[in-house]
Design a protein. Structure first.
Length: 548
């Protein structure tokens, strides 16, 4: 299936394979533990996981007791299992976040298998390394977000398509399981992608074969349990919740969006892909350009181009547009980029290599300089900016993170000096550079980041301000995420609709205090918020003595 000769590429020895596996493991594992749930996506997902841990309800996703039916619960269930298995060794949010590493590792595994199947021996490692080097993966792959399970499902589907002409049954199982995992993670988008990619491939004569038809049939059968069991159980539990999930939040919302005709962000992903998919996008473009005369006749290129086109169009025409939703498009681009390694000009490879070394080397120096400036309070401009961004932060040296950061920086210098000359060098050095920056961010910079992104200190301050005796706390403009935050960090139960019954009122607002409806009935006893967020403040009011 693969069109390029690999004779001029040095083979990946067992030692090199172990080194690349270690690089992937460090990249995947760093940053999964050691910090609180961060706003917005990381925290929101954990409150759904925490509901499972507290209630034992694995069927209906909920936050602070309120059903949250936007997505099926597979990712939350997986995270809850990790949290249970690793308790009390890890805090629940740290244990839950290991589910992100689990799905990311599976994505790298199946992407590597697809790369080897499509473009030959040695290309599997190249595909995995290119994927971890993509800038769009760096932060998202370490957050507690359901999109990582969807990404795993898409990677399984791509590997299934790659195998369809050679191993029909295995391909069908992978197609069905990938579609099912994607469905149970994000809903209907995965089955839609399966249908549209399959239809697009059937436009090419190479794919209109008996083995491919058989793989599609097996895939549909294998996907059926994934697509029916949870919806059937949900319908038995509550037809209203089933209707809310299936129609209000999914199918119906898409139809409303389609009828509305508001497509201002249709080309959003086209605009972000140049940085989001760097360096996969330029390498993929080069591979397609080099094979332009035969690209439509090669099954591997047909698969990847059709997949990318379907994903780009489909994801651009959904009601909600976010950077994170572009993750599936990285898979075909990454696999196309692996094909470029055989044809990439040495000058271009060296340019990408030196660009990565200089860029990441400079950024690492800036990160060390900024950290040292905070520690020494050297009054440099970057130090003043960092202090203004998070006022009140007190820097300190933590021994273990410091030496981990030192070791990572030293190993990076040794690696860029010692990595052998090959077309793979550029992508390996790029992946190593992104890993270095992430290690620095999650070691010496983690206290600074955590202090601004976590609500722990805010809730602790609120808890100290609570009266020794009170009836209950009502909330105003407090969504379920904020209510869950108060419960998790401080055991504070904020009621949603009980302003008249409670003697305490917690209001979420902006930097300027807004007057209450019955201002004379309340007096403010506390105000606080995250130190890095000047636009979100919490204010606690107590009923005056005469109005209790």
């Amino acid at each position: 299936m693969y069109p390029y000769s690999l004779t001029h590429e040095p083979p990946i020895t067992q030692t090199k394979a172990l080194f690349l596996a270690l690089l992937c493991a460090i990249w995947v594992g760093t940053g999964l533990v050691g910090h609180d749930p961060w706003k917005p996506d990381d925290a929101h997902s954990f409150w759904l996981v925490n509901h499972i841990l507290q209630s034992g309800d694995w069927l209906v996703p909920a936050v602070a007791g309120e059903p949250n039916m936007d997505k099926p619960p597979l990712f939350y269930m997986t995270a809850a299992i990790f949290a249970k298995l690793l308790h009390p060794m890890l805090a629940p949010h740290d244990g839950a976040r290991l589910a992100s590493g689990f799905y990311t590792a599976l994505t790298l595994f199946f992407t590597g298998l697809a790369g080897r199947e499509l473009f030959g021996s040695g290309r599997g490692w190249a595909a995995a390394i290119i994927l971890i080097g993509c800038l769009g993966m760096l932060v998202t792959a370490h957050q507690l977000v359901t999109d990582l399970a969807l990404l795993t499902g898409c990677a399984m589907m791509l590997y299934g398509y790659a195998l369809a002409q050679r191993r029909t049954v295995v391909a069908g199982i992978l197609l069905g399981a990938g579609t099912g995992i994607g469905f149970m993670a994000k809903g209907f988008i995965a089955p839609v992608l399966f249908l549209l990619i399959s239809a697009a491939l059937l436009l090419f004569r190479n794919w209109r074969t008996r083995p491919f038809y058989s793989s599609l049939a097996i895939g549909a059968l294998c996907a059926l349990p994934w697509l029916t069991i949870w919806p059937a159980l949900l319908y038995q539990r509550s037809p209203a919740l089933f209707a809310e999930w299936a129609w209000t939040l999914n199918i119906g919302r898409w139809f409303d969006y389609a009828r509305g005709g508001d497509y201002d962000e249709t080309f959003y992903y086209v605009k972000i892909l140049p940085w989001f998919a760097w360096p996969a996008l330029p390498l993929a473009s080069w591979a397609v350009w080099q094979a332009r005369k035969k690209v439509l006749h090669e099954t591997g290129f047909q698969l990847l181009l059709a997949t990318f086109a379907v994903m780009l169009v489909t994801l651009s025409l959904v009601p909600n547009i976010k950077d994170i939703f572009a993750l599936p498009m990285l898979l075909p681009l990454t696999l196309l980029a692996t094909a470029a390694l055989s044809t990439l000009r040495r000058g271009a490879a060296n340019a990408l290599d030196w660009f990565g070394i200089m860029t990441f080397g400079l950024l690492a120096i800036v990160m060390w300089w900024g950290w040292a400036g905070l520690l020494l309070d050297n009054h440099a401009k970057i130090t003043q900016w960092l202090k203004e961004y998070q006022p009140g932060f007190e820097p300190s040296v933590h021994t273990a993170p410091f030496w981990i950061a030192m070791a990572a920086s030293t190993l990076w210098l040794v690696m860029v000096w010692r990595v052998g000359r090959s077309m793979r060098r550029a992508v390996i050095n790029w992946a190593a550079g992104t890993t270095l920056l992430w290690v620095l961010a999650m070691t010496i910079w983690l206290p600074w980041l955590d202090s601004g992104k976590s609500y722990r200190s805010t809730v602790a301050s609120l808890k100290r301000a609570l009266p020794s005796q009170y009836n209950c706390i009502a909330g105003r403009r407090m969504d379920n995420d904020q209510r869950a935050t108060m419960q998790y960090f401080g055991g504070i139960n904020v009621r949603r609709h009980a302003q008249h019954a409670c003697d305490l009122l917690l209001v979420r607002g902006g930097s300027l205090e807004e007057p209450l409806d019955n201002e004379k009935e309340w007096r403010k006893i506390w105000e606080g918020g995250r130190i890095s967020d000047r636009h979100e403040r919490f204010r606690l009011y107590q009923k005056t003595a005469g109005n209790r």
